[in-house]
Design a protein around this ligand. Structure first.
Ligand code: EPZ
Length: 427
């Protein structure tokens, strides 16, 4: 397992291209199952999770071809074609490596009338149930069976009739599965209290480009009129708002000045607000955001929330930045039950963070000290990298395979803005 060595204390500056969004790509890829025509996705990030999803789709007989990727390029173009499916089963050994595999359930059910997917199980940040995915599909007419660690979904002959479902809590993945099941239903389907994340809008836009009929895009109330078939499309994956926010925190904690190109400010308004409240200067520039700091960071009090609220996926990264604020910040994690595993590691670097259930109090300190730290999950790992960039000496972040799942070519990007980072193998 690789380790990243960061020799911190350097002020980051320069321009950084933002990659395609991981959490959009992971729901756009399974859309290829919904048609026998070619679907081409541009600006796909080069990430471990994308490779895993490609491998899973290949298991179903989906052909995938990657074009136009020079080694030095960020992003790739992938053309997928599910001419005919050779399997409708997503096996345990693939699903356990990437829980987003559950996103094949809805489209596979819509295309083939049945789907068998290993239950994804929990992960470091929580037990991650899928009950809402299943309830939405049942509301649309699916029959669901749970057996031997698998979920089996069946559509009636002739396909799903469609239906109506109100989510008791906002769920990104369940909204995505329900949308991909409904687009080929025989009737009309409605979703209420649906997720509104930009990645959901991206999914709706690809589905519409493929011929789907969806109303209410971008709102919590979606109406999907089923169509008999969908056709192929070419689509550009949206920029990654979480990657952009992560690098903004990295620039800010080092007192740096970085331009992030390709990001859409509207996707990350809550992050921009939090940075601004912390005293960071954020300005929209042509095709991106300019991040600058010219004084001490200020403490911030906020709670994570579904979009348009502050993204839970930005919590660890903001917390890292606030370790050096002048005063105490109060962060409340309302989405996942165990998303503070970066706290003890940051405290080992000299931070002063205390947690009480879902609330963390970040008492600002004057400096952080480099240390050996352990990555536990994707965003916690980035929080540790951000802390390491501010620490005056050496930080070694172990088990960085977590990072490779969500940050395209992290070391190259950090080096582009002046960081001293090195990846070494085998720890
Ligand atoms: C997506 O996960 C993202 N992953 C997560 O990003 C992100 O943190 C999360 O949305 C929230 O924004 C991808 O898009 C691949 P949820 P998802 O369903 O869909 C509960 C990252 O770091 N829930 O919106 O799994 C759940 O336990 C990852 O990039 C149920 O109770 O999240 C959680 O408390 C981490 N039953 C809350 O809802 C269900 O059936 C929100 O989960 C589904 C969810």
């Amino acid at each position: 397992m690789d380790t990243i060595i960061i020799r911190g204390g350097r002020r980051l500056s320069g321009t950084l291209p933002v990659s395609g969004a991981k959490n959009s790509a992971l729901t756009l890829l399974p859309c290829a199952l919904l048609t026998d025509e070619a679907v081409t996705l541009r600006n796909l990030p080069r990430l471990a999770d994308i490779d895993s999803f490609q491998h899973l789709l290949n298991q179903f007989g989906v052909s995938t071809a990657i074009a136009g990727a020079r080694p030095e390029d960020f992003g790739r173009v992938m053309t997928l074609q599910a001419t005919r499916l050779t399997s409708t089963v997503a096996p345990y050994d693939l699903v356990r490596k990437m829980r987003a595999s559950i996103l094949v359930l809805g489209p596979m059910l819509a295309r083939a009338g049945e789907a068998t997917v290993s239950l994804p199980g929990g992960c470091a940040i929580g037990n991650r149930p899928i009950d809402l995915h299943l309830k939405a599909l049942e509301a649309f007419g699916a029959r669901i069976e749970l057996a031997a660690g698998y979920v089996r979904a069946y559509a009636p002959d002739g396909g799903l009739p469609g239906g109506e479902y109100t989510f008791p809590v906002v769920s990104v993945g369940a909204t995505e599965n329900a949308l991909m099941a409904a687009v080929l239903a025989r009737g009309t389907s409605r979703l209420h209290n649906a997720a509104r994340e930009p990645e959901i809008v991206d999914l709706c836009q690809l589905l519409v480009a493929m011929g789907a009929q969806i109303e209410g895009i971008g709102t919590s109330d979606l109406t999907i009129t089923g169509v008999a078939r969908l056709h192929g499309a070419t689509y550009m994956v949206m920029p990654d708002r979480i990657e952009a926010g992560s690098y903004a925190c990295a620039a800010a904690i080092t007192g740096g000045e970085v331009t992030l190109t390709g990001v859409r400010q509207a996707d990350m308004a809550a992050t921009v607000q939090a940075l601004t409240d912390a005293g960071v200067h954020v300005a929209a520039v042509r095709d991106g955001l300019h991040i600058a700091t010219d004084g001490p960071l200020r403490p911030v009090t906020l709670a994570t929330a579904p979009f348009p609220g502050f993204a839970t996926d930005m919590q660890a990264q903001l917390m890292a930045m606030l370790c050096l604020a002048q005063g105490s910040s109060v962060l409340t994690e309302t989405i996942f039950e165990n998303r503070y595993m970066h706290v003890p590691e940051m405290n080992r670097m000299g931070a002063r963070i205390e947690t009480h259930g879902r609330t963390a109090i970040v008492h600002g300190v004057d400096r952080l000290i480099g240390a050996d730290v352990m990555a536990t999950d994707l965003r916690a790992s980035m929080g540790l990298v951000i802390a390491g960039l501010a620490a005056a000496d050496e930080t070694r972040v172990h088990r960085v395979y977590h990072l490779d799942r969500g940050y395209e070519r992290l070391e190259e990007k950090l080096a582009l803005i002046g960081a001293d980072v090195e990846r070494v193998g085998g720890d």
